[in-house]
Design a protein around this ligand. Sequence first.
Ligand code: ADP
Length: 607
Amino acid sequence: MLKTLKGKISVVYLGLVLLVVIIGTISGINLYYLSKTIDGLMIDNYKSIKAVNLMNEEIDNQNNAILTYIYQDRQAGIKQFNQDSSAFYDWYNVEANNITEKNEGKYVEEIKNAYVDFTTSFSSLQEIPVSDNSSMLYYYKTKIKPNFDHIKDLLNGLAQLNETAMFEKKTNATMDAKNSMYAILIITFIAAIFGFIISMVFTNRFLKPMEYLISSIRKVKEGDLDQIISITTDDELGKLATEFNNMIKRLKQYEESQLGKIMDERNKTLSIVKSISDPLLVLNSDYKIILLNSAAEELFGIEEKNAVNKHFLLSVKDEKLFEEINSIVDSNFVNNKIEQIKYSNKYYDVTISPIENYKSEISDILLVFHNITEFKELDQVKDDFISIISHEFKTPLTSIMMGTSIILEEKIGTINEKQKSTLLAIEEEGEKLTELVNELIELTKIESGKEVYNFKCCSMFGIVENTIKPLYNIASDKGVNLSHSVDEDLPCVYADPEKISWVLNNLITNALKYTDAGDDISISASIDNNMMQISVKDTGVGIPKEYKDKIFDKFFHTKNGDDFEIKGTGLGLAVVKEIVEAHGGKVWCESDLDVGSNFMFTLPICH
Ligand code: ADP
């Protein structure tokens, strides 16, 4: 029974129940003795007092009967005396059988002797002649009356004895009651303390292992899996402790196996990262380097052991790159690529990728530096090639165009209509080729940085007015409504007016190419964020969404269905981009198919 917690608790409760039973029994016994004392008080002494009182009455009656015998009627006196005598004996017997007090027996014995003398003296009185009244009276006074008074004294003494005993018993009963009350109070108090101590001791003994268990569970919750609970009892708590220990063992095994898996995965990831030939860095949210591969060590001339857990800027001393990373992280990785960073004669594109934790929060940032030097070099070769070819094309092309023009003007002889139309076709294609060659030369010049910019503070209003003027006629010939709303009072821009005029011309010419009669082309300018923003907006064919970012690439043309017709060289916007960026501005396009396009670019304003 004591092996289980239930048994132990039951034993404690049984002990407490036993205590209550003991207190109850003691109280019962006390009450029993008390009631017995009261019984004695009520029955024995009361019986004696009653018997004595009645004996008193009877003896008084007998005395009266003697006086009746002397003075009045002898027969009636004798009869009365005898009757009272038997009644006296009845009560005497009651008292004789109810001796409860010390000396009570002595009194009873004396009363008996005195009464015998009393009755004997009455018999002696009857022997005195009837006529001798004075002798009878004398006999009564000297013999019977003293005896009668003696019996009365004895009876009063006996009554007094019983009354005293009764009072004594009452006092005793009161004392007993008080004592019982105190005894019960003391026992109850002791029992309460005892019960309290037992409950406390056992409750503590039962709860201690539980507290131990709770603190162990808490430690396990905090990750300490080395908790072993040493509760060795056979009860439920012991079993719980055993199960708990088993659970911890399993948990530990599981953690070890998971840890092993995680370590494997980590090592795998590390080897993959290390084997990547592109330089790679992983930063935490405080921009401290937490991982880097040997290509990154080599690129930035750092060692892993010195760089890890240090701020990015301490190892990669490139504040511009750091600012760019910061702005990409702040803008929630909207644009996660930084193009063309030059480190020790090599060009890199940097891809910045967020690494999310299990709560989908960005915990780390992955930076991969793609080495684009080879592409850059190839690009350079291509640019050089194009530059050479364009220049090489330019002179013979000029000769061809001049020759064609001379033949067409029939300066060296007449030509027939067929020859003329063929020559006109040659001239048209030659013009296209010339435009291409010119734009190629322009682009390669700008890209190579050979283009000289003549930056100055100039009015945008003036540039727009000058650029738009020659285009009004072409627009009106096409039925397109060309207008501008550039304010004359706008601040000046810091730009090369010729190059910006070229940019505007190109954008307006494009708009004219992709609009029809009835369409509108409007030019406007406003100040935004310390930059001037110029917009060339048309209501023409628009650009499909998928091409919106590609139109600024070299040789790019959109394809609008089957009636697709190449209307230009595909170089104009590439040149526009180069020129605007050389001014420190940006160019972009917003367009909806069949609604129109809005080409915008920014330029710094003069301070
Ligand atoms: P192109 O000399 O061929 O016009 P651009 O570089 O100037 O070359 O333009 C590239 C492409 O962008 C064009 O082929 C055309 O598809 C598209 N484009 C440029 N401007 C507009 C415009 N205003 N409306 C619609 N498409 C345009």
